[in-house]
Every structure is written in structure tokens, then in C-alpha cells.
Design a protein around this ligand. Structure first.
Ligand code: TYM
Length: 324
């Protein structure tokens, strides 16, 4: 039997470079490996765990699917779907909540960050975020999850839930592992923290043109003085350089150490490489955007395929828990 893979991205807007390098590149790699059966969703239900706008959510859940298709996710090879259309995720999440303590959820760094960001939105949905994510993965008994390093605490929760369910009820859930890419942690353009949709000025959108990318990369705060200890902005810049112009990194590092580095030269070389990587995706996106019927068909068929697998798991769990 093929090993299953599941991943998802929230519907908070168009994808950014962090999503692409940390998650989508891994999703593509596994899709194209015949050892795996791959399922990729837009995590639209997770989007309602923080404040959201109804019309934007309706639009964004579709935009993520279009970004997936533009990036090369292929409905002939992967099941591509919207989380909210497979009720089994929500049902299984509730069963999983019976083996998870409130204290464990409150201690997660992701939860703490979010309540700091939205102090008046400390909701049950937010507390339940990792449980729903565990259900997303385990409802397909997926053992491998292509996501960025920031999602590791959530995968730890999924493993704990799998173990507890197996011990208590004799289910056969795997303990899911993260599939890491070279871009598992993409830094913010602002010189501290990670690239994130919720931090203005921190990200590059997959739809940005060369001029915009150049402007954004040039905005990375690099000191005017070169040589010596690298400041966080310079470190970020070299992280992008390793990913995008790896063969030239050593040369640029030497220039930095010698005090002769022209930051703008390095920045523009990175910008051009990023744009070159994104250009095919942008062209593809234009085609897909205009084909409404095709996108509708992908979404409909994806949900049907996903439901088939998910309903089997939920039935099994209900039987083992005495609910059927
Ligand atoms: P989200 O929408 O926050 O992030 C989507 C994916 O992008 C990755 N990512 C990054 N990777 C590297 N560097 C960055 N700066 C960066 N920023 C974001 C994230 O690690 C993630 O892979 N909880 C998930 C959504 C989800 C999910 C799931 C994922 C819901 N259910 C089941 C896998 C399996 C999330 O945070 O998405």
C-alpha cells in the first residue's frame, strides 16, 4: 500500500514565498513520487480560529486552490480539496478532544502567540486548532506531512493523540512526521522573525512582479557597514542567497568579510532568481484563474475522493469508541 501524505494551508490570502518554499515545494516533491498517495487541502475551517471577514474567506479558500494548481499540484496525481467540505475532519476532531487536556493546548507556543496577537479572541476554536489539525492528518492515516518548521509543535500533538487513541481504543493511527524542505524556515524581510502573512512588509507574494520583488528585497535592513558580525538582516539576506543563488554564496560571503560587498548587487541577484522561479507559476495562474469550470470540477471531485477515505476512518473510530 502507498504511504499517505496530507498537508494544508489556511485561507488567509494569496500564498507567500514562505508557504511556497516551506510547504508547497515539499507537496510537489511528494506528489511526483509514486510511493506516496497525496492529499492537499485548503484549511478553510482553521481560518475561522482568528478574526476573519466572511467575503474574504469565501474568496480566499478558492484562491489557495488556484495557487496550488498554478504551482503544479495536479488533480490527476493528488486529491485537492477544501477542508470544510469533508465534515469527517470536524467529527474526528471532537472525538480527539476527549483524549487531549486543556493544559496541553494552552502551553503551545502557537496558541500563546495568537492570543498575544488577538487578546480579545481567546476562543475555544483557537484552543482546538491543533486538535483539528491532528484530525485533518489522521482521518487519512497520513504518516508524512510537508510543512514548515513552525508546525512541528502541532505535529507533536498529532503524534500524542495517535498514541493515546491507539492505546485506549485499539485504533491504528500512524505517528505523523514532518517532511522538511530546504526552505523550512523563511525569514521575514524586516530582519527579525519569520516571513508571515500577518506581518506587513515581511513577505513576498507569489504573484509579485520583478519590480515589487526587487523593492521588497532591497528593503531588508542591512547595515551600511560591511564585515564583522552579520546583523539579522544580513543573515536573512544570506539565507535567501543560499536558497536562490547557492553557487555564488561563497563569493558574496568573501566580499562581505573583506568589506567590499555591494548589498544592492547581492539583493538584485536574489530578486532576479526569485522572480525566475515564480514566473512559470504566475503564467499558469492567469490561465487557471479564467477557467472557472475547471476549478469547480477540481474542488468537487477532490471532496468526493477525500470523503471516501475519511468516512471509513470515522466509522472505524466510532465503532472502537462504542458509538456505533
Ligand atoms: P499556514 O497557513 O500558517 O502555513 C502554511 C504552510 O506554510 C508554512 N510556512 C512557512 N514555511 C517556511 N517559512 C515560513 N516563513 C513560513 N510561513 C508559513 C507553514 O509551515 C505551513 O506549512 N496549521 C497549518 C495549516 C494546516 C495543516 C493541517 C497543515 C491545517 N491543517 C494539516 C498540515 C496538515 C498552518 O499553519 O498553515
Amino acid at each position: 500500500m502507498k504511504k499517505r501524505v496530507l498537508s494544508g494551508i489556511r485561507a488567509t490570502g494569496r500564498l507567500h514565498l514562505g508557504n511556497y518554499l516551506g510547504a508547497v515545494k515539499g507537496m510537489l516533491e511528494l506528489q511526483d513520487n509514486s510511493e506516496y498517495e497525496t492529499l492537499y487541502m485548503v484549511a478553510d475551517v482553521h481560518t475561522i480560529t482568528t478574526p476573519f471577514n466572511v467575503e474574504e474567506l469565501r474568496k480566499n479558500r478558492r484562491e489557495v486552490i488556484i495557487d496550488y494548481l498554478a504551482a503544479g499540484l495536479d488533480p490527476e496525481k493528488s486529491v485537492i480539496f477544501q477542508q470544510s467540505e469533508v465534515n469527517e475532519h470536524l467529527e474526528l476532531a471532537f472525538y480527539f478532544s476527549s483524549v487531549t487536556t486543556i493544559a496541553r493546548m494552552q502551553h503551545l507556543p502557537t496558541y500563546k502567540d495568537k492570543i498575544k496577537q488577538y487578546p480579545t479572541h481567546n476562543t475555544m476554536a483557537l484552543l482546538n486548532y491543533p486538535i483539528l489539525m491532528a484530525a485533518d492528518i489522521l482521518v487519512y492515516k497520513a504518516g508524512l506531512v510537508p510543512v514548515g518548521i513552525d508546525q512541528e509543535p502541532h505535529l507533536e500533538v498529532a503524534r500524542e493523540i495517535a498514541r493515546k487513541m491507539n492505546q485506549l481504543y485499539g485504533t491504528d493511527f500512524p505517528e505523523p512526521k514532518r517532511f522538511a524542505t530546504k526552505g523550512e524556515y523563511i525569514p521575514s524581510l524586516r530582519g527579525e522573525g519569520k516571513m508571515s502573512k500577518s506581518v506587513e512588509g515581511s513577505f513576498i507574494n507569489l504573484t509579485d512582479d520583478l519590480e515589487t520583488i526587487r523593492k521588497k528585497i532591497r528593503s531588508i535592513p542591512t547595515a551600511t557597514a560591511v564585515g564583522g558580525e552579520m546583523n539579522p538582516g544580513v543573515k536573512s539576506l544570506f539565507a535567501f542567497a543560499s536558497l536562490y543563488i547557492s553557487s555564488e554564496v561563497e563569493k558574496f560571503k568573501k566580499d562581505f568579510e573583506a568589506g567590499s560587498l555591494q548589498f544592492v548587487t547581492l539583493k538584485d541577484a536574489i530578486s532576479e532568481a526569485i522572480y525566475k522561479d515564480l514566473q512559470p507559476l504566475q503564467r499558469q495562474r492567469k490561465k487557471i484563474e479564467s477557467d472557472k469550470n475547471y476549478v469547480d470540477k477540481v474542488i468537487k471531485e477532490g471532496a468526493e475522493k477525500a470523503r471516501k477515505i475519511a468516512s471509513k476512518t470515522v466509522k472505524e473510530v466510532r465503532e472502537k469508541m462504542g458509538l456505533l
